[in-house]
Design a protein around this ligand. Structure first.
Ligand code: AMP
Ligand code: ZN
Length: 136
């Protein structure tokens, strides 16, 4: 899509530290890494988020994650990783071309995980019912 920075990276109009490429996907290092080896995987076909992405593209992105993550972890000596998909501005999505973050983790690296909270009785049942209603 015109003006989309990740489309420009996919079409080689702007440079990136590409670590893997195949017919449907591209993987390159994030310019502001959370930890060494922080990699973004994108479909070459433009879609703003996972939800608008074609099934083929979405599956190809996951195939690429499975294929390249062991090499990323080995390259930076990391024993673990988080996958991240920020979807929508409220969730922190800054680049509106679907991408998946592979973020290597290290013991005691200080990167916090989400903190859950206690629920009130009936809360989870009510939310589950509302979701299921919409999936019927
Ligand atoms: P988000 O949309 O919040 O999931 O994150 C977008 C990510 O893209 C950020 O982590 C940026 O550091 C990264 N980013 C933005 N522009 C580039 C670029 N030209 N090359 C590599 N990474 C980029
Ligand atoms: Zn794009």
């Amino acid at each position: 899509m015109t003006g989309c920075i990740f489309c420009k990276i996919a079409s080689k109009q702007i440079p990136a530290n590409v670590v893997y490429e195949d017919k449907m996907t591209l993987a390159f290092l994030d310019i502001h890494p959370v930890n060494p080896g922080h990699t973004l995987v994108i479909p070459k076909e433009h879609a703003p988020t996972l939800l608008e992405s074609s099934r083929e593209s979405a599956h190809a992105v996951v195939d690429t994650v499975q294929k390249i993550t062991p090499a990323i972890l080995a390259a930076v000596g990391s024993p673990a990783f988080n996958l991240g998909v920020n979807t929508g501005s409220a969730a922190g999505q800054a680049v509106h071309h679907f991408h998946l973050h592979i973020m290597p983790r290290f013991d005691a690296d200080g990167r916090e995980l989400w903190h859950g909270r206690e629920t009130v009785p009936g809360e989870l049942e009510a939310v589950a019912a509302k979701i299921k209603e919409r999936l019927e």
